[in-house]
Unconditional design. Structure first.
Length: 411
């Protein structure tokens, strides 16, 4: 063996002595798999700090009171594809549940949340859970009471001409309905909402009987006396609206939109309820208008929050009133009157929202809807006449109020 070979062997031995860790180096240990138990969520915590995605990794305090929740679905996890923050164990840092739908960013502009990061994100926006969702569907059951300004006009009279029923005696019962809709949310903080709600069959039926005979005064027409008469009053409410919301502040989100409201009413005087036969009227209000308002976050605490929505605006009301009489032994007659008017609608809601899971909330609330400048069926009885040229529309107001209960789902 030549001298060159001895030199090479000596260099190899010296190199191994100077680097003792190479031979003893252990393979990298993969971080343990993350267990994510199905427990209650941990909402409404403070925003995650904006740590840089590069450089020294800071030490993170470990959860104590909420240690059982640190891997729950209510947290949004960082991803290495988005320049995430990793703790000293090599695990992703759990970011607490927040109500911000768009992505938050670090100081160097790298997104933390696993969602779309807009070019100029709003980092402190209106509360709409959970984070990074792109849509929300909601369904509520509603129960509304209806109060209106009905005029007191004589409707049924006995044989002596004494009034036995007037239009102010109607008292519509509380009725149940539903509301459904969805939000389509954009990461930049501009959202779109389509909402429909309906409450049908507000009804009141009043019967009067007299062996000596009863007559009615229905739109200026008086028929032959009968022993019994029944007055019916029914009202239906429908609403469809499209709203745009902007989330630029933490506790308030302005709203602007268009809305269609329909109030259909039937007012009848019947001689036979089963047939039915008698005199009938139909009053339709179709309101088209703009509305402006806001959503407000009143209070929040852990997994629940109290919020409100207020909207109001002017409306164009297309009114159609049609009345039909059926004289005993005579020919049916009808009169129809169309009218346009400016109306007003104001809608106020307040609700308690409780988080049931990362993608589901329970909702309960109160709503009041005020309509002014609409035509109510019984109030037209003295303004349209079959016997004179009287033909005008009486406008008044109505208020719907009551409670709602339901849920919403996000994706």
């Amino acid at each position: 063996m030549g001298k060159a070979s001895y030199v090479l062997i000596a260099i190899a031995i010296l190199t191994s002595v100077m680097r003792p860790g190479v031979a003893a180096q252990e393979p990298a240990v993969e971080p343990p798999s993350i267990s994510r138990p199905a427990t209650e969520s941990f909402p409404n915590s403070e925003p995650a700090p904006a740590y840089p995605s590069t450089g020294d990794i800071p030490e993170f305090p470990q959860p104590t009171a909420h240690s059982a929740l640190e891997m729950d679905d209510s947290f949004t996890y960082a991803s290495t594809d988005y320049g995430s923050v990793i703790d000293t164990r090599g695990w992703p840092v759990p970011i607490p549940f927040k109500y911000y739908p768009q992505g938050m960013v670090t100081e160097d502009g790298v997104g933390i949340y696993q969602c779309l990061v807009p070019p100029d994100p709003v980092e402190d926006c209106f509360c709409t859970p959970p984070p990074c969702y792109f849509g929300m569907f909601y369904l509520d059951g509603v129960v509304l009471d209806r109060r209106s300004n009905l005029e007191r006009m004589g409707l049924f009279f006995d044989s002596t001409g004494t009034e036995v029923l007037n239009t102010g005696d109607f008292d519509l019962e509380t009725e149940a309905g539903f509301r459904l809709g969805f939000w389509a949310c954009d990461p930049c903080g501009i959202d779109w909402n389509l909402d429909y709600f309906s409450v049908q069959n507000f009804q009141s039926t009043i019967a009067r009987s007299d062996a000596a005979g009863l007559t009615n005064d229905f739109f200026g027409f008086t028929d032959a006396a009968v022993t019994s008469l029944t007055a019916e009053y029914e009202s239906n409410l429908d609403s469809l609206e499209f709203t745009v919301r902007t989330r630029q502040w933490r506790r308030i989100a302005p709203l602007v939109g268009v809305r269609f409201i329909q109030v259909d009413e039937e007012f009848n005087s019947l001689t036979d309820v089963n047939t039915p036969s008698g005199s009938f009227s139909q009053t339709d209000n179709e309101l088209f208008g703009l509305q402006f308002g806001f959503q407000g976050l009143i209070y929040e605490h852990h997994w629940w929050r109290l919020e409100t929505t207020i909207k109001a605006g002017p409306y164009y009301n297309d009114i159609d009133v049609e009345s039909t009489i059926n004289p005993s032994g005579g020919t049916s007659q009808s009169v129809r009157l169309d009218h346009n008017a400016m109306s007003f609608a104001g809608d106020a809601r307040v609700g308690l929202v409780c988080q049931l899971g990362p993608r589901m909330n329970f909702r309960i609330g109160y709503q009041a809807l005020w309509l002014e400048g609409i035509a109510l069926g019984p109030n037209q009885n003295n303004d349209i006449s079959f016997t004179t040229n009287l033909s005008s529309i009486d406008l008044s107001g109505v208020v719907y109020q009551g409670g709602s209960i339901g849920f919403d789902l996000t994706w």
